[in-house]
Design a protein around this ligand. Structure first.
Ligand SMILES: CC(C)(COP(=O)(O)OP(=O)(O)OC[C@H]1O[C@@H](n2cnc3c(N)ncnc32)[C@H](O)[C@@H]1OP(=O)(O)O)[C@@H](O)C(=O)NCCC(=O)NCCS
Length: 174
């Protein structure tokens, strides 16, 4: 018989999750080109990031296992600081290496889309390293389309990186 207490839980992040959220992100900083950050974030920086999200109503969600360990997280943030962009959000998703490929990224992306729709945002954007085919595929499956590709705008792991812009329109008026 399956034990429902073993099921992963998707919930809003709390202050207690911040060290694990930060560790998952910093692993990607140091080992991948999924983010072009090069220096690991401090816990203090992560705290400011979290409080910025809380203060501005941007969701931060986590998937946890049965022992309340964070398997992955996702967030919405401002796409651009100019006020005319206020109806557009950018999403971020990072899954711990040990939990990748088990459907958690997809689960978080669907939750973020739901949150963005509930909050009345018009468009959702993901900026993805062009070689991150898993992320491109995941966004494509969730209804995002490639709307732009910037050539050699990033430098990570000793190479120029292309960035794919993927967009989902949330409120259609046509
Ligand atoms: C990219 C990432 C968010 C995807 O999350 P995930 O939990 O690993 O992926 P999921 O298990 O939800 O799978 C999403 C899709 O990718 C496919 N996929 C996942 N891992 C795969 C792999 N290793 N090879 C091929 N396809 C894979 C899944 O089959 C699924 O497609 P489907 O819906 O057609 O079956 C996650 O791997 C990650 O955090 N990577 C490092 C950081 C990163 O790249 N963040 C995104 C920055 S834009």
């Amino acid at each position: 018989m399956s034990d429902s207490s073993q099921k992963p839980i998707l919930r809003d992040a709390t202050y207690a999750d911040l060290p694990e959220i930060n560790d998952i992100y910093n692993h990607a900083v140091l080992n991948t080109a999924a983010t072009y950050d090069e220096v690991p974030q401090t816990l203090q920086e992560r705290l400011h990031w979290y409080e910025y999200h809380l203060a501005n109503g941007y969701p931060v969600v986590v998937v946890t296992d049965s022992r309340n360990r964070v398997l992955g997280w996702g967030s919405l943030s401002a796409f651009h600081p100019m006020p005319g962009y206020r109806n557009t959000v950018e999403n971020s998703i990072y899954i711990s290496e040990r939990a990748q490929g088990k459907g958690f990224g997809k689960m978080i992306l669907h939750k973020l889309i739901e949150c963005a729709k509930e909050k009345g945002y018009h468009a959702m954007i993901a900026l993805i390293d062009s070689e991150n085919t898993i992320s491109v595929h995941m966004h494509d499956n969730a209804g995002f389309s490639e709307v732009g590709r910037l050539k050699e705008v990033g430098w990570k792991q000793g190479a120029w990186r292309d960035v794919v812009y993927m967009e989902l329109l949330l409120q259609r008026h046509d």
